[in-house]
Design a protein around this ligand. Sequence first.
Ligand SMILES: [Zn+2]
Length: 238
Amino acid sequence: MSQSQSNAILASLSAGDASTLRPHLKPVNLPQKTILYEAGDTIKSVYFPMSAVISLVVTLETGETTEAAMVGKDGAVGAASALDGKMAMSRAIVQLGGEAMVCDAAIFKSAAMQSEHLISLVMRHEQTLFAQAQQSTACMANHEVDARLCRWMLRARDLSGSDNLPFTQEFLAEMLGVRRTSVTTVAHTLQSAGMIKYSRGKIQILDVEGLQETACECYQTVKDQYRQLLGDNGSETR
Ligand SMILES: [Zn+2]
């Protein structure tokens, strides 16, 4: 029974919390582009992605969308909202289809109310998520599209565990909050540099080091924040 090991939050539960939640965790397959909830929706389920990758996006009245955070096997979707307000603050959309574990929000809440360890984990996760959203704001205001696209592809790669990312340019433009033509130009440049191979609706990552060099600092910053969240009992070097 190692289902929980594929999601870092579930894997870091105390033995007591794990045994409380385990009977209520159900595996679910989330197809790409499924909307888990819209902003303002009541949260009925908490998702713990394993191979699925979820984007939390902000949608404007004019229809433009921009991603605030990307959540995958190192996080959870809806965990903090399940505790009180129960209301989604942004749209949660499946960016890369895959597996997740899902738990009824009311059951998750009652488990958390009985466990200081679990409450603390949820709060630390929420802070990490907030930090990621703040980083996205700074990134969008200050970093070039090519650096942001590299940051974005590297995180998607880390969370999905795959070098093949099925993204259309339109979807990438939506996530980055830029024009599609900007994505086309940048994808072409990265392809010419041998870092990616881009064909219709598919990106293949060829040169991870090259992407890391081109990516802005935000990639590593967010990665470090998640590493701290899930820090392995002080064995962290920095
Ligand atoms: Zn950045």
